[in-house]
Ligand binder design. Structure first.
Ligand code: NAG
Ligand code: NAG
Ligand code: NAG
Ligand code: NAG
Ligand code: NAG
Ligand code: NAG
Ligand code: NAG
Ligand code: NAG
Ligand code: NAG
Ligand code: NAG
Length: 658
């Protein structure tokens, strides 16, 4: 809630709105009582390692292909690595690998008898180099006396921004970890940088050394080891999200039946994490594992919605009924790993042994991902017949306090078992979102629903899924989403919450273009999209309770709204204008609010072109936020005018508490 003082301070040169309203204003009266208490957490996050939003995105690791992980789908490679000096790089599967999870390593050979040789890694399309502390580590095998030099340098000019010497402990018959910290003495002018590790050819016996798990982290959010990128977490925190749907959507399913996302392979030391053949075009490191997701929740105060595998793969194959208990047990174990007692449960003890004795609390478990899609109709029929029932009965028995969520919603031709919620994923045009403003008006509390993914992805009149997605979230699309969300907030006693999806993409490698945040190695390119701003405004003004609104006049179909009370007990009115040729005058009267009460009005407007978007490469924000103070008239009404294609929130100040 913006206090009167700060609201005045943020006045953007707009005078208090006291002018009489034009005729034809939408005249709304908000009742003091009779609404519904919000049970939903309303706005949250959904994360999927799509287009390097995990590896190369959130996850702060700077070294790409750090452990030469691969699979049948993505064969191991030397991507991102290049030799330095006279070195020759090759991949080796040694009889004594670093670990069974990381069987492939990089052999660095040289015929030179002296001079520096080594290798460079160009990162996730560059690396951000600043005067700050970098934490690095590598494993090496082979007899070497001398020192290693780790340096951060320009990939364009070779200029060195900082380096550190690491005394060799390496021996011929085993792997030795070398840790280092590096503080550059200078900021690099751009992100085209590499980590270079060299050693002295003269000190090497046998002509080569083997390397694996070469890692480098910048400072991370809340200084977590193996943590998250600071600028991205800060951007997410601005949304004031309430939950995180994890570990993703399609990613949970995997490409084929044997290669589903295995939570048990994402835990423990990095050398024990084999990686995962991702579903978006690259092998994932599993560095961002289930514990890291929990830390992400802890650090941003998010309620985890943990999705468990329901026995289907993206290629449409699914477990027969005779094997469904495999998925059930795997899911029960996962929740036991997160929530089980460290002393009395098997998986709780495993968690404790990894250094996390305190269990997490899990309130929501989702059973699968979009089970109406992959392998339909046969796989969906199997979901209805035995996959969902098996999971539901096992969870209701073992975890009766957890709110279960089926991956389809009541809008997906399914009868969801009693007590289980559903998940609805609208990817629509703005017009369709607006047409769905009333979507949840008639669902019952028993049909509790999560909007687990949501975004405007196609333009009105466009080619829908036969054509391309839009290149970025665009203003008209963002307003369409906002109207749908405002409609949803009117029913926030029947919804678990709503989240945009996907959250982000790396501009250097992506398949899905419409994301809330765009990013690259260079933090300057971290871009908040038009939808980021609309979701932020709605998410920063939560309603504890809805309030009934009556319209004195027939109203104007271009204005969509919800009214309610904030957590602090003050009045809140949220609205958006769509398909209007002119500003819409509004008069909102809160029952019991006196004349001269002040309110803060925040209005978001976009560029003249409704297809305008926030381009990471120009870094210009097309969304304009205007904050004004509005004073109640003698009848306690707040009069203001909302521009065509706008999203607004009016917050009655503390003196308007009822
Ligand atoms: C850095 O250099 C390597 C090897 O020359 C090259 O393959 C890579 O694309 C470069 N990376 C960047 C970010 O320019
Ligand atoms: C390197 O650092 C890691 C993480 O702090 C630590 O677990 C490990 O023991 C260190 N290794 C050595 C050889 O010091
Ligand atoms: C993880 O669990 C799956 C399913 O039970 C199993 O196939 C796999 O071997 C396990 N991975 C490890 C590293 O134990
Ligand atoms: C709806 O589900 C039923 C039962 O699973 C199935 O027989 C029917 O074909 C489905 N209808 C549509 C339109 O998908
Ligand atoms: C917006 O206006 C256009 C053109 O009149 C119309 O086709 C469309 O259905 C309208 N959209 C909504 C959501 O009212
Ligand atoms: C839940 O939704 C379904 C499908 O719309 C409907 O048939 C059913 O009656 C609803 N259940 C309750 C308890 O309202
Ligand atoms: C409260 O819930 C009832 C029953 O679902 C609904 O009819 C009514 O519109 C809701 N009122 C408000 C103000 O949200
Ligand atoms: C609502 O008012 C605006 C501005 O006067 C106008 O452009 C729009 O057509 C109106 N919408 C409807 C549905 O009457
Ligand atoms: C010459 C070169 O590779 N320049 C690149 C530096 O990095 C930025 C992104 O961080 C690229 O846009 C440039 O092309
Ligand atoms: C490796 C990978 O995922 N590459 C794809 C990322 O997305 C772009 C844009 O759609 C594709 O061209 C790449 O093939």
């Amino acid at each position: 809630m913006v206090s009167l003082k700060s609201a005045t301070a943020t006045l953007l040169g707009v005078a208090l709105l006291t002018a009489p309203l034009p005729c034809g204003a939408v005249d709304l009266s908000v009742k003091a009582n009779g609404g519904n208490t919000t049970t939903s957490t309303m706005y949250g996050l959904m994360h999927e390692d799509i287009n390097n939003s995990g590896d190369g995105g959130m996850y702060a690791e700077l070294i790409r292909n750090r452990a030469f992980q691969g699979s049948a789908k993505y064969p191991v490679s030397l991507d991102a690595w290049s030799p330095v000096g006279s070195a020759t790089l090759s991949l080796k599967q040694l009889t004594q690998p670093l670990s069974s999870a990381l069987p492939t390593s990089m052999n660095v050979a040289t015929t030179a008898k002296k001079g520096k040789v080594g290798f460079a890694n160009s990162g996730y399309w560059g690396m951000d180099v600043k005067v700050q502390k970098y934490t690095g580590s590598f494993y090496v095998r082979g007899a070497y006396e001398g020192k290693f030099t780790a340096s951060l340098q320009s990939n364009l000019t070779g200029q060195v921004f900082g380096s550190v010497d690491v005394e060799s402990e390496s021996v011929s018959n085993g792997w030795t970890q070398h840790n280092f910290t590096l503080i550059p003495f200078k900021n690099a002018p751009n992100s085209n940088n590499s980590l270079v590790i060299t050693f002295d050819a003269a000190g090497v016996q046998g002509g080569s050394l083997d390397f694996n798990l070469i890692s480098l982290f910048p400072p991370t959010y809340k200084n977590r080891a193996n943590g998250m990128r600071v600028d991205i977490m800060e951007a997410l925190a601005e949304l004031k999200p309430k939950f995180l749907r994890l570990p993703g959507g399609n990613m949970l399913e995997g490409n084929t039946l044997p290669t589903f996302w295995k939570w048990n392979e994402t835990i423990g030391p990095l050398k024990d994490r084999p990686g995962f053949p991702g579903v978006w075009g690259y092998e994932q490191t599993n560095g961002l594992g289930i514990i890291e997701y929990m830390h992400w929740c802890d650090d941003l105060g998010l309620e985890p919605i943990v999705a468990v595998w329901s026995g289907v793969a993206l290629d449409g194959s699914y477990l027969p009924q005779s094997r469904i208990q495999e998925a059930v047990q795997f899911a029960l174990d996962e929740i036991e790993f997160l929530t089980g007692d460290a002393k009395t449960t098997r998986w709780g003890a495993v968690r404790a042994s990894l250094g996390y004795p305190a269990p997490w609390k899990i309130k929501y478990v989702e059973l699968g991902n979009e089970d109406w899609l992959a392998g339909a109709p046969a796989a969906y029929e199997a979901y209805k017949q035995y996959r969902l029932p098996a999971l539901v009965s096992a969870f209701q028995k073992n975890y009766p306090d957890i709110q279960l969520i089926a991956s389809p919603s009541i809008f997906d031709n399914i009868t969801i078992p009693a007590g289980v919620a559903g998940d609805y994923h609208p990817y629509l045009t703005p017009d369709e979102f607006v047409a769905n403003y009333n979507k949840f008006d008639h669902i019952s509390k028993q049909n509790l629903t999560l909007i687990g993914e949501c975004a405007s992805v196609h333009p009105n009149g466009g080619t829908a899924w036969n054509g391309n997605l839009m290149p970025y979230p665009w203003w008209g699309g963002s307003v369409g989403e906002a109207i749908f969300l405002i409609g949803a907030e009117r029913n926030a006693d029947r919804l678990i919450g709503a989240t945009y999806a996907p959250g982000m993409r790396n501009m250097n490698r992506w398949q899905w273009s419409v994301t809330q945040i765009q990013l690259a190695a260079d933090p300057k390119l971290t871009t908040r999209s038009t939808s980021f701003y609309t979701w932020k405004l709605l998410g920063n003004t939560p309603l504890a309770k809805t309030l009934p609104v009556t319209a004195a006049t027939a109203g104007n179909n271009s204005l969509y709204y919800v009214a309610g009370v904030s957590d602090a007990g003050t009045g809140v009115f949220k609205a958006a204008v769509y398909n209007s040729t002119a500003p819409v005058p509004v008069n909102v009267q809160f029952e019991g609010v006196d004349k001269n009460t002040q309110a803060t009005l925040t209005v978001l407007t976009g560029p003249a072109d409704p297809y305008g978007y926030n381009d990471p490469f120009t870094q210009k924000n097309v969304v304009k936020e205007t904050v004004t103070t509005v004073k109640a008239d003698k009848d306690g009404g707040f009069g203001f005018s909302l521009p065509a294609l706008s999203v607004a929130v009016l917050e009655v100040d503390d003196n308007g508490r009822r």
